[in-house]
Write a protein that binds this ligand. Sequence first.
Ligand SMILES: Cc1cc2nc3c(=O)[nH]c(=O)nc-3n(C[C@H](O)[C@H](O)[C@H](O)COP(=O)(O)OP(=O)(O)OC[C@H]3O[C@@H](n4cnc5c(N)ncnc54)[C@H](O)[C@@H]3O)c2cc1C
Ligand SMILES: *[C@@H]1O[C@H](CO)[C@@H](O)[C@H](O)[C@H]1NC(C)=O
Ligand SMILES: CC(=O)N[C@H]1CO[C@H](CO)[C@@H](O)[C@@H]1O
Length: 434
Amino acid sequence: MIAPASAPDRATRQKPFTIAICGGGIAGLALAIGLLRHGVPFHLYESAHAFAEVGAGVGFGPNALRAMSLIDPRVREGYSKRATGNAHGDKRRVYFDFLAGMDCGVGKAGKKVATVWAGDVGNSTVHRAQFLDELVALVPGENVTFGKRVVEVEELEGRVRLHFADGGTAEASAAVGCDGVKSKLRHVVLGSDDGAAHPTFTGKYAYRGLIPMEKAVDLLGDELARNSIMWLGNHGHVLTFPIEQGATMNVVAIHTKRDGTWHDERWVFPVDRAQMQADFYAWGDSVSKILSLMQHPDLWALFDYPPAPTYCRGRTCLTGDAAHASTPHQGAGAGMALEDAFLLSSLLGAVRESSEIESAFCAFDKVRRPRTQRLVRTSREAGELYDLEAVGVRDDRGRLEADLGSRFGWIWEESLEGELVEALGLLGGRARLV
Ligand SMILES: Cc1cc2nc3c(=O)[nH]c(=O)nc-3n(C[C@H](O)[C@H](O)[C@H](O)COP(=O)(O)OP(=O)(O)OC[C@H]3O[C@@H](n4cnc5c(N)ncnc54)[C@H](O)[C@@H]3O)c2cc1C
Ligand SMILES: *[C@@H]1O[C@H](CO)[C@@H](O)[C@H](O)[C@H]1NC(C)=O
Ligand SMILES: CC(=O)N[C@H]1CO[C@H](CO)[C@@H](O)[C@@H]1O
């Protein structure tokens, strides 16, 4: 039987089933917090020896902030304590200002190309590790085990058995893969023979680094340093935004790889500043200054997942990057992981018995797959747009501006409650058939 979508705060009785959450990044932790609120017992297995996020910024759109409130108001409160927005007076409603970063088809270096307005909260950014700390604080330590790398999920009668790299096992009613862009559980769901089980190099890499804001202000001036700016150029773009209440400038410098392939086993590693500067030697003054201030840049090869034919099989389901890793060009991957956590925790909160979990996974897949795969697709397009590789737009400022102006609305304006109503409808329908 399917329970009505009851107010989660009233979930006093624990459900008679347990969920194994595999991976404790933003997706896994947000799901844990949602399940906690719905009275769904869970255990989280994380392969690392502690929760950790990279020392870099992340931006969230209005949809992601609403998802935080819906998962648990304390998530939104914790976030708000740490969040930063554009600091410069009249820029507070600006998501990003887009400027030419070099002399190129859309203007001379420094020329304004477009402004994308953010709605009410779109300028919101945070230091990743600080946000993760806020999530971790809401998850009981007794429901987490570290040093547990899931290598296989065995489907048994009415439950699953996880196998770990250390030889151990654990059982649960069902498993959720929150194990990121090198997901093991994706292989469980799709099978290793399916090409969609494997991440694809997207042809671009990113240099990431942080700059103390006073140094950035000294070199760039207040307005360019303290706001969210996207510098566009040929085969690359550089974006900056403030984090840590404006004390730090977060920098991501993206460049297209000339041969389009990635052979290094490592996807993330430290690089010399000189190597990074060589990629941007032809760029204008502002970008050169920004790069000269980056202390210890890391290089990130950007991979995404081809569209999966499904996000679930039997009692295993995928969320977050494991389901739909995308390029970062629309700043929305982590936000989608939060939306996933809201919907999946609400659905599992609505089922009463272990036998209904598979239907909840199917409803989740049906509602979430089109939206999240659209992001993977449009995000790649955005990269080509910013790197002035999109034919017809790379030398036409008007068309570029129009494209940018219509690129984010569908991400930010989604009704998450509407998704839940739709998914609960699917769940009810299926349950009646059984
Ligand atoms: C350069 C860059 C910039 C970005 N900027 C933004 C942005 O501004 N806004 C935005 O919304 N998104 C952004 N993203 C995307 C965002 O970072 C991801 O979508 C998000 O972090 C994914 O979270 P996750 O929890 O799904 O995966 P992950 O963060 O990868 O977490 C996976 C977790 O699972 C663990 N794990 C892995 N394998 C196993 C296993 N077999 N067993 C157990 N545990 C395992 C890992 O140790 C890790 O803790 C950006 C991405 C990049 C690369
Ligand atoms: C957390 O773990 C304890 C001990 O294993 C268990 O009794 C409890 O139900 C778990 N809580 C949740 C929310 O899963
Ligand atoms: C629209 C808007 O101004 N949003 C936020 C931008 O960031 C500042 C500073 O954090 C917030 O106060 C605004 O609410």
